[in-house]
Ligand binder design. Structure first.
Ligand SMILES: Cc1cc2nc3c(=O)[nH]c(=O)nc-3n(C[C@H](O)[C@H](O)[C@H](O)COP(=O)(O)OP(=O)(O)OC[C@H]3O[C@@H](n4cnc5c(N)ncnc54)[C@H](O)[C@@H]3O)c2cc1C
Length: 425
């Protein structure tokens, strides 16, 4: 396979393959950093950041991209990749100590971008484990809880899930109905959760439930606890490798020591959501980069009307628009990451980022799909998988609309989340 670097166009005609997938253009490898880092943000990185980013990119290109499509088609989670992911020493992202890498927000972002550029199911699995489950414990657990749970999670010997959404509460999850009743030295949890990633195999599922005082708390439910029944949601057209579960909790007894010590109200849960929403924003950029790089590589190789597609003005216009969007997103997100590193936490800023990038990534991937012609709908060419997967990124961690409502409330002072029903003032 030829690489897409430089101006060389692959004019070769691949031999007909038995599965009928040969088209004259081999599935292009993803391009190099020169394709998408147009404003040279790489120059701002430290050697360590650059080395880590390249390590993750290489891992995704060599170990994940070549094997992921059949898993995606079968809707299976690639367990074989977990030990290899563990060796990257990235689990826990920004969490310091307890065996975690303690990355800055900029560094964590670069790592997530590279995971997502390779595959959104893998970045999602890592995001649920690190940015949701581990971060819940790191931000809201007691010292004893951090020491008990985090080291094995950092080594990925134990995997985490985060159960917040319910069948009847998605965008309005603040109204969640799952209960945790205090009973001696334990809590008894009852209710239902939906869409919970990793939950069918997770060792520690953080379940959010309403306590006797009416406030939301976080409870670490350990694998094998009676009454915890997680079933895979089948028939997904996005993130097919991620195992999302519908969970029934029936008299699930959790030791009091597993209630996250520093959660007092839903506001505390939102601290975790800010951290993970920030990671999801980086995921969208990674997916957009994959779409752009593949479209560019393909346009250089595919010839029509006697010329590579890359030579046509309209194709160059589309590629330029994609690169402008990616450059815009990277510059914005780099600055947002710096602000977080400086302790400037703002949910509306993170919401703005997630809303904007996901919308642009969807557009870029749809455009890239079209620019690959018929091959664009084949998994072999990678864009199709990203195009399907970005739909889930658009929804999870709050939909496009919900992000806009968060920003809208911030800039206008009016909360437009809950309309007033006719007759109610
Ligand atoms: C693949 C996947 C993985 C997920 N992983 C997890 C996980 O690991 N853990 C977890 O807890 N959750 C998870 N989720 C749940 C996710 O966060 C929710 O799906 C999301 O918050 C949206 O909720 P909903 O699907 O119930 O949609 P709804 O809230 O029913 O929204 C439906 C539509 O109504 C719109 N809408 C809602 N409220 C308003 C309003 N006030 N004004 C205007 N429009 C509105 C929405 O924008 C959307 O377009 C996952 C979801 C998916 C799809």
């Amino acid at each position: 396979m030829k690489t897409a670097h430089g101006a060389a166009a692959d004019q070769g005609h691949a031999p007909a393959s038995p599965d009928g997938n040969s088209s004259g253009v081999e599935p292009p490898v993803l391009g190099g950093p020169e394709f998408s880092d147009y404003f040279l943000l790489d120059n701002l990185l430290t050697d360590d950041q650059r080395a880590l980013k390249n390590k993750v990119r290489q891992f995704m290109d060599q170990e994940v991209v070549p094997v992921i499509n059949p898993y995606w088609e079968r809707a299976e989670f690639p367990f074989e990749l977990v030990p290899k992911l563990a060796q990257l020493d990235i689990a826990g992202f920004q969490i310091a100590e307890y065996g975690c890498p303690g990355m800055s927000n900029v560094t964590a972002g670069l790592v997530i971008l590279e995971l997502a550029r390779g595959d959104l199911s893998i970045s999602t699995m890592m995001g649920v484990h690190s940015a949701l489950a581990m971060t819940s414990i790191a931000l809201l657990g007691s010292e004893e809880q951090k020491q008990r749970f985090l080291p094995a999670m950092a080594r990925m010997e134990k995997l985490g899930a985060f159960g917040l959404t319910e069948p009847t509460h998605g965008s309005d999850v603040v109204k969640l109905e799952t209960t945790a009743r205090s009973d001696g030295d334990s809590y008894v949890i009852n209710g239902h959760k939906r869409w919970i990633g990793n939950a069918t195999f997770a060792d520690y599922s953080i379940i959010w439930a309403r306590g006797d005082d009416g406030h939301v708390g976080g409870y670490v439910v350990e694998k094998g606890t009676p009454g915890f029944d997680a079933r895979v949601i089948k028939g997904k057209t996005a993130l097919r490798c991620v195992q999302n579960a519908q969970i029934s909790l029936t008299d699930v007894r959790v030791p009091a020591a597993n209630r996250l010590a520093n959660v007092h109200t839903f506001r505390d849960t939102e601290k975790v959501l800010l951290a993970s929403r920030f990671c999801v924003a980086w995921e969208s950029i990674g997916a957009a980069v994959a779409g752009y790089e593949t479209a560019l590589a393909y346009a250089k190789q595919r010839r029509q009307f006697g010329m590579p597609l890359a030579a046509f003005q309209l194709v160059q216009y589309r590629l330029s628009r994609m690169l402008a969007d990616i450059t815009d997103m990277l510059c914005m997100q780099f600055r947002l990451s710096q602000l977080l590193d400086e302790g400037e936490y703002s949910m509306p800023r993170v919401a703005l980022a997630k809303m904007h990038y996901t919308e642009r990534a969807r557009a870029i991937l749809a455009d890239a799909r079209d620019m690959l012609g018929g091959n664009g709908i084949l998994l072999d060419y990678h864009v199709a998988r990203h195009l399907c997967d970005i739909e889930a990124i658009d929804t999870y961690e709050g939909t496009d609309t919900v992000q806009a409502l968060i920003v809208g409330r911030d800039i206008t002072g009016y909360s437009a989340f809950v309309p007033v029903a006719p007759g109610h003032h």
